[in-house]
Design a protein around this ligand. Sequence first.
Ligand SMILES: Cc1ncc(COP(=O)(O)O)c(C=O)c1O
Ligand SMILES: N[C@@H](CCOP(=O)(O)O)C(=O)O
Length: 467
Amino acid sequence: MRYISTRGQAPALNFEEVVLTGLATDGGLYVPEQFPQMSKDDIAALAGLPYAEAAFRIMKPFVGDCIPEATFKKILQETYASFKHDAVAPLKQLDSNHFLLELFHGPTLAFKDVALQLLGRLLDHFLAKRGERGVIMGATSGDTGSAAIEGCKPCTHVDIYILHPHNRVSEVQRRQMTTVLAPNVHNIAVEGDFDDCQAMVKASFADQSFLKGQRLIAVNSINWARIMAQVVYYFTSAVAVGAPHREVAFSVPSANFGDVFAGYVAYKMGLPIKQLIVATNANDILHRTLNDNDFSKKPLQPTLAPSMDIVVSSNFERLLFDLYNQDGQAIADLLQKFNQEPTQIDASAWSKARELFDSFSLDDAGILKVIKDAYEHTGELLDPHTATAYLASQQLAKDASTPIISLATAHPAKFEEAVIKAGFKQGAALPESMSDLLERKESYKVLPADLQAIQDEVARQQLASRG
Ligand SMILES: Cc1ncc(COP(=O)(O)O)c(C=O)c1O
Ligand SMILES: N[C@@H](CCOP(=O)(O)O)C(=O)O
């Protein structure tokens, strides 16, 4: 399997190189040159398999011969043994046709664990084989950070720097990152928003001279392995409700577009997906683009679903690249225009997207109402991100005979403020392993949203720890 850049100029890479490279040298994101295909029989054969075995069959074509089969199987078994639920991503039936895919049974209670528990292990495997160390820089609006730290903390070959927007993540989210006091873990609270953090991480890939030759690695969904691992639960959940003999729809809380793009990859691989609903909070750029072809930025608004407080959505570029028939130059031109002024995507590309995608946006008042109503009707306490997808699935489902699966992307215990504002006396309880989280010692540095200041800090820490 070869991977190519969405901007068309960077060299093609294999899986190992893609995992260790992050952003392409032309500023694009890597995607497989062709999507591997799963036949009806391949998909049907996933029924009843342990999650790690299904993951092996679905991911193997992406990995190619970069990892020996037995080693990859072992890595997957260890990865998914870290989840609290045997099914890893269990499906709960809410009514005759509506299902909730619980993706929060990993160590940090969000869907990011599904991919980041794997990515940490893949990085250790490749770096150990090469006898190298790497520096990870990641941006988080709340969940990627802790999942990346948890996934990479045991890695003996990496130092990790996570940038989060200061005072814009929930207290539980912040503490899940800042109370990990391992010597290779560094937290930076940036006086800005998530877009600032993500832009500085991407700029650091473009010019890595501050690292004096050390390798820079991405843990955001820039990294293809993140998307690849998320493709698996689209297959496993669809098979559980009748695929490949039946079409399935998904409703996905969305922001950086990595999760729903993984659904698109599953569709391209042959999974019979009838509809992908992109659900957003009040930061509605994805909804405006998909619904009205209004591809324009609006100022970022802090919301009660803070992990989705994103305007510049990284992975949308991967979808555009596919819709534009892999024309990297056209993507580079479009994104340059988008950065300067409101624009539109090409009409035929947009129409193609509309055949599969629908979209939805929900403000804070709506989120609170959904949390309350869903609890009354189903007994499920939804987190504020999941709430957007839950309502979207009810309002946008195409027909009553297609099962629709809403992705539950985080555990409500991470978002006490929203749960209390929705009318509950207290937030959901944290699991036993985290019961003392609010008393643990924290360590993080507050820095301005200034690239030089961030890179100086990383370089200083690297010098101090590695000499
Ligand atoms: C809880 C939660 N739900 C949904 C999302 C959106 O996922 P994506 O960025 O892959 O679109 C995120 C993070 O972005 C998240 O942390
Ligand atoms: N919502 C994310 C934002 C980063 O997205 P990623 O999927 O590209 O890592 C977060 O919680 O940090």
